[in-house]
Design a binder for this molecule. Sequence first.
Ligand code: ZN
Ligand code: ZN
Ligand code: ZN
Length: 158
Amino acid sequence: MTFPPSEHDHAHCTDELLQRAEKLCARRGARLTGQRRDVLASVARSHAAVGAYEVIERMADHGPRPAPITVYRALDFLVAHGLVHKIESRNAYVACSHAHEGSPAALLLCDGCGAVAEFDAPDAFTSLSRRAAGHGFKAEHMVLELSGKCDHCAGQAA
Ligand SMILES: [Zn+2]
Ligand SMILES: [Zn+2]
Ligand SMILES: [Zn+2]
């Protein structure tokens, strides 16, 4: 199941992500500072997209209000390491839900509940960059974002 069921052990999702973050940073010699870890945990509080200001609000819930610039820098770090994905069409962020080690994923955005899921689509990315090359364009960054309804919300509409 790409989208998690609405009732699930989300603490498990968060633990798994934080452990993956620790390992990945250790392997790459990057530093997962307390602040970066806090930002990651705040983004990961749900599977829905979250804006940077909401991340700040979530952090202010249980500690001092962080300066926006430090949150933006932490988000840049997490995006660069693939632990958080930026949703370009929504100017928002979502925690990565599976390990794909830098190869891009297609993001599925549910308009009903706001949940975001992702899946590997290497063939789609390869095909698009080949077609772009056919137009004399060298693609360096690609974003695939599909909006629609998750299986849960589609079921409710039916
Ligand atoms: Zn979860
Ligand atoms: Zn991901
Ligand atoms: Zn939904």
